[in-house]
Design a protein around this ligand. Structure first.
Ligand code: AMP
Length: 145
């Protein structure tokens, strides 16, 4: 999957938006959804998507939709900080398979970092326990402002 191509409505995040597969939701508003990454690179690794935009990546999303996503990214990042007290926060977003993108529905990663804890490798970690993700999601959701 390169930068160009058709948006596939059967991608896994579109299925999460439609409720066809479960996710540990952190935050939802009319435009956006934030949920826990199922293969986290760190404890609290969250993802933010637009619920209706059929955008694969940064290049094809409408700027207004991108603004909504980034507003939620900041809200979630603040809540992650409040809930988990990380020493740092990484915000990443990949465009095209050669850049590391694996799900072709635009999304932004919010990844907390702690001193002396190595960051897991993107796309190489194991699947987290659903119950642990739910607990983390609730902790972060509680601190959303
Ligand atoms: P990217 O590689 O940037 O396209 O990011 C896709 C992310 O989605 C990866 O970090 C995966 O761990 C994550 N992921 C894949 N499947 C699921 C799922 N069912 N629920 C939550 N996160 C997922």
């Amino acid at each position: 999957m390169s930068l160009d191509g058709r948006y596939d409505p059967e991608n896994i995040f579109a299925k999460i938006v439609r409720g066809e597969i479960p996710a540990a939701t952190v935050f939802e508003d009319v435009d956006t959804l934030a949920f826990m990454d199922a293969f986290p690179q760190a404890r609290g690794h969250s993802l933010v998507i637009h619920k209706r935009s059929a955008a694969r990546n940064l290049l094809d999303i409408d700027p207004a939709d991108l603004a909504a996503v980034m507003t939620t990214v900041q809200r979630v990042a603040r809540a992650v900080r409040a809930a988990l007290s990380p020493d740092g926060l990484v915000v990443t977003q990949f465009n095209g398979a050669p850049a590391g993108q694996t799900v072709f529905h635009l999304h932004v990663h919010v990844i907390p970092r702690w001193n002396d804890i190595a960051l897991g490798r993107h796309g190489e970690g194991g699947m987290a326990e659903a119950s642990a993700l739910k607990t983390l999601a609730a902790m972060i959701a509680e601190r959303i402002e």
